[in-house]
Design a binder for this molecule. Sequence first.
Ligand code: ADP
Ligand code: MG
Length: 596
Amino acid sequence: MSIRLLDQTLIDQIAAGEVVERPASVVKELVENALDAGATRIEIATSGGGKALIRVTDDGIGIAAEELALAVRRHCTSKLENGLFAIDTLGFRGEALPSIGSVAHLSLRSRRRGADGAHEIRVSGGVTEPVRPAALGDGTVVEVRELFHAVPARLKFLKSDRAEASAVTEIVRRIAIAFPHVRFELAGEDRSATILTATPGEPLVRMAAILGENFAENALALDAEREGVRLTGYAGLPAFSRGNALHQFVYVNGRPVRDRQLHAALRAGYQDAMARDRHPVAVLFLELDGRDVDVNVHPAKADVRFRDPGLVRGLLVGALRQTLAANTVRPATTGASGLMARFRGPVAQPGYANNAPGHEPVAQSFFRPLDAHPPRSQGLAEAPAAYVPPPIAPDLMDGSPAAGFALGLPRSQIDKAFIVAETIDSLVIVDQHAAHERLVYEALKAGLAARPLASQLLLIPEIVDLPEIDCERLCAAGPTLERFGLKLERFGPGAVAVRETPAMLGSVDTRALVADLADELADMGTADGLETRLHHVAATMACHGSVRSGRALRQEEMAALLRQMEATPGSGTCNHGRPTFIELKKSDLEAMFGRR
Ligand code: ADP
Ligand code: MG
């Protein structure tokens, strides 16, 4: 065995493995090149999920005939004039085109602005053909055919045409948000055409075109700065959350990035305002000096490293918290640790017994005394009236708490969200939404065996406007959804018509259900088996079919829920793994009051 220098095609193919992972990464590189060339109109067309064809057409400055050959050579770039730390273009490594040319049929047709005519160069499996004259008005057309034909192993890793096509859509959406002054057109056999018209100076209009029209009225503007790092963009209201993190767009100096730390910071900013299993919708732009951030971490240029990550995180978390706190009606919750501290009793609060008359004590305890006002002159001598439990439905009368129900008998409901029950030796608090969600989920799964599940016909089909990519996902999953009794069909571009909904869910917010399902579908790997997919769908539907918190329940309803929970395996946790109830032993209660 001896050491030798690899031939150029092999070198390019190895490098291509990092730059060009799938059709969407080719699209990303080509669109970036068009933007770097100052294009104001970019058209992207694909067929066969981008495996058969990717064509990107732009009206940018173009490439001169004598430079075409350089454009497809490794480490040749017209960018990077001011070094690695003052990068003001999306590309800079000079390796996208040669990489693509080494694993596909690449053709580059271009006319430099002001030049007499256009020229074309072709590269196939790493072999470059001579430049020749071509016909083209202005700008550049790049065509990539039969991607990875030269490296069959790679082909095997690609997903279905449909999945690859939607990855292409996703990447274009991501880039387009940062370039509202550019018109994007996404077309080709893989999809019905989407046009994003140029909206110069109106970033929010572009965002709404991509994130849904209601984003604008559900988002808060961000603008903060700390030590030379600036954060702008929009943060979706907590109530406008989604079922996955796909609707979070982060840009560093105009470059779309996927950075764990930034996403973690985003999450932390929302922590107190949002349930754990929900994800905020947000568009964040970070601007900072090129010397303070390294984008040359990976050939795909989607990773970044900050010189001072703590500073960036602090800015993000701080700005989000502040903006949200100033705008949400609901105050930030204190969380479990705060609650536990409050259990500790009267130490932290003014004693009720010895208050000077006229001075209302500030009730700091979580459990306020039953009387609205603490007794004054009589001190504690006058005991509050005995607590009378609410009447229990007749059929439960003879069931004393000792009757053997693990979750006991319902005593009352708190905040229309929690059921308080009593067993023979404990106090039980049930999260009604979480519990019911789990029950519906189990029922849906069980019902699937007797498929298809019953549906209810909507008198008037409900038309739901959704981003095109979501419509595609939903329609593609049509047969699966039908098994649950959800029937929908396409209703022109950017909308679906829902005709029937699952009977088991009762009356649901169809729009919200469909949007969440689209999210869930986007999150699901195509590799997931049918079983897993069905369960995911069941879980999403269950969430919509359950008794949301905020509904007053009658005594019988509460009892029925408890009995059902006892009869359902796995009902101790909701579909997201949170507990559906908590229990406090009476002995613990006694201990808390110092009786033991
Ligand atoms: P990089 O973008 O890192 O420079 P690429 O391989 O993507 O490397 O492109 C090589 C060069 O080809 C670019 O520097 C640019 O000069 C030229 N080029 C590529 N695409 C276009 C385009 N659409 N319009 C004008 N010039 C282009
Ligand atoms: Mg490039």
